[in-house]
Design a protein around this ligand. Structure first.
Ligand code: DGL
Length: 283
């Protein structure tokens, strides 16, 4: 990626473009806002086509390219794929086809797990598509230069996204579903567990209760926010204007539902939600 060339024509004040299949990426947005308070942020949630977790690679790549084009048209300085499924399926294509820096959640999550695992088994939970892609396993194995085998336990948890979206966060049903999904994982005694889906930080307490305190919990959203900060600092791209940072939210459908659910994800009021139907036709 020709970062230098890109930054020569860019300005630090431009927003960071963040996208997800729907509302889940707001957990990543929240971490980015916490770690980078001065940055202008544009979020796109593809609420018309969510979920991505049960779709094919081809479809997820197509959707991700359309949204990236929209964000590039909104003059962002970089893109964050705030969706584990889209990161595992489309990141490579986006990096190849777009000139601006594109970050995903898999790499930073894998890096943190690799550092904290102490060679012990690493567990990853995510959507069916993320787990099928084995993106976390591949990323961890790429980092592992010692040649020592790191056991990676991957578990798809497809029921958790709809439960969280229904607001069943403190429900017995969700606790039972978590228990069942984590049972085979716990048997392997992982030293860390990657929350490989945007929705899981919302039910982190249930997950910790089940897995116990011995496994370090890795939140890929937080890890990508830290990586962004390092990158922006290194490239002198932090927005230091001192002006209150702006936040804009775009969705492809149902802005009211996004607002209500999204406020739970974000833990604060959401303003400026615009619906753009057929957003991929605009450019
Ligand atoms: N945002 C997705 C992820 O992190 C979960 C929701 C979906 O399946 O689209 O994988």
């Amino acid at each position: 990626m020709e970062v230098t060339h890109f930054f020569e024509m860019n300005s630090a004040k431009k927003p960071i473009g963040i996208f997800d299949s729907g509302i889940g990426g707001l957990t990543v947005f929240k971490e980015i806002r916490k770690i980078l308070p001065g940055e202008n942020l544009i979020y796109f949630g593809d609420t018309a086509r969510v979920p991505y977790g049960n779709k094919s690679k081809e479809t997820i790549i197509r959707y991700s390219k359309e949204i990236t084009r929209f964000l590039v048209g909104s003059k962002v300085k970089m893109i964050v794929v705030a969706c584990n499924t889209a990161s595992s399926m489309a990141l490579r294509t986006l990096r190849k086809e777009f000139e601006l820096p594109v970050f995903g959640v898999i790499g930073p999550g894998a890096m943190s797990a690799y550092k904290k695992s102490n060679g012990g088994p690493v567990a990853v939970i995510g959507t069916a598509a993320t787990i099928q892609s084995r993106a976390y396993s591949l990323a961890i194995n790429n980092l592992n230069k010692t040649g020592e085998h790191i056991e990676i336990i991957e578990q798809a948890c497809p029921l958790l996204v709809p439960l969280v979206e229904e607001g069943w966060v403190y429900s017995d049903v969700t606790a039972e579903v978590v228990r069942r999904y984590l049972k085979p994982v716990i048997e392997k005694k992982p030293s860390c567990l990657i929350l490989g889906c945007t929705h899981y930080p919302i039910i982190k307490k249930l997950i910790v209760k089940e897995i116990g305190k011995t496994a370090v919990i890795i939140d890929s959203g937080k890890e990508v926010a830290l990586e962004l900060k390092r990158f922006l600092t290194k490239n002198n791209m932090l927005n230091k204007s001192g002006v209150k940072a702006a936040e804009h939210f775009f969705v492809s459908d149902a802005p009211e539902k996004f607002k209500i659910l999204g406020e739970n994800f974000l833990g604060k009021k959401i303003r400026n939600v615009k619906v753009i139907r057929d957003f991929f036709m605009i450019l």
